[in-house]
Design a binder for this molecule. Structure first.
Ligand code: PEP
Length: 254
């Protein structure tokens, strides 16, 4: 059975002190209130990551991850953080290709394919984000765009490597807007992504890959989304910034 993963992407939010307080609350609440099988991933700003990883390292169902990494191993790349550095502190996941990085930092599929390689080479799990803009959806181009993002970003991987990838479907029009894709819209895309993987690799691999949904996931809509057969968890932004809402989303995954 494939892994269910609820990840909280804090983006560029929380001072160090606020971050420590938030993760302390999340750990306590998950321990006390969650008996399900999903893995919880805390994805804070880089500067908080080492401390947070130490706090979750001994907890079975909670791990940590980074919001981005360099596609280079090391060297004269001022301001960058390598996948090797992330691995060296014990974090386990790296978001690759979040729509904010595609949109504001010009990260394209070919560039992201190199980041995916760096992440996998360092034995970390990439959470590869894909999703269409509102304009692309309204012009019925979403399947075409998703196919391009997936084939150019991850289909160069071999069968053993692709199994290590988590995919997050995040329609850009639903991120931070309060608009969630309907469960039917999300399920349709998740099933489409699984078919793409089955066609390029095989059905066993497609069945084993975790596909998260992201885009204004809240306690109110999480259970319905998670009841869909191809939705294996969530990548959560805004609602991950408060312990109560984040843990209520986690609890919606049985
Ligand atoms: C995200 O940033 O990945 C995200 C899904 O944000 P939000 O939940 O705020 O829409």
């Amino acid at each position: 059975m494939r892994k269910k993963i609820i990840a909280g992407n804090w983006k560029m939010n929380k001072s160090f002190e606020e971050g420590m307080a938030l993760v302390t609350e999340i750990i306590g609440m998950v321990k006390d209130e969650y008996q399900g099988s999903a893995e919880v991933v805390i994805i804070p700003p880089f500067i908080h990551l080492n401390a947070i990883n130490r706090m979750v390292a001994e907890i079975n169902n909670i791990s940590s991850g980074a919001q981005n990494c360099s596609n280079h191993e090391s060297g004269a790349y001022t301001g960058e953080i390598s996948a090797g550095m992330i691995k060296s502190i014990g974090a386990e996941y790296v978001i690759v290709g979040h729509s904010e990085r595609r949109q504001y930092f010009g990260e394209h599929n070919d560039w992201l394919a190199k980041k995916i390689d760096a992440v996998i080479k360092n034995n970390l799990t990439p959470i590869y984000c894909v999703g269409e803009t509102l304009d692309e959806r309204e012009n019925n181009k979403h399947f075409e765009i998703l196919k391009q993002q997936i084939s150019e970003g991850i289909f160069h991987l071999g069968a053993d490597e692709i199994k290590k990838v988590v995919i997050a479907y995040e329609p850009v029009w639903a991120i931070g807007t309060g608009k969630t894709a309907t469960t039917a819209q999300a399920q349709e895309v998740h099933a489409y992504i699984r078919t793409l993987i089955a066609t390029h690799y095989n059905t066993d691999i497609a069945a084993a890959i975790t596909i998260q949904y992201g885009g204004s996931v809240k306690p109110e809509n999480a259970a319905e989304l998670f009841a869909s057969p191809d939705i294996d968890g969530a990548l959560v932004g805004g609602a991950a910034l408060q312990s109560r809402s984040f843990v209520d989303i986690i609890k919606a995954m049985k």
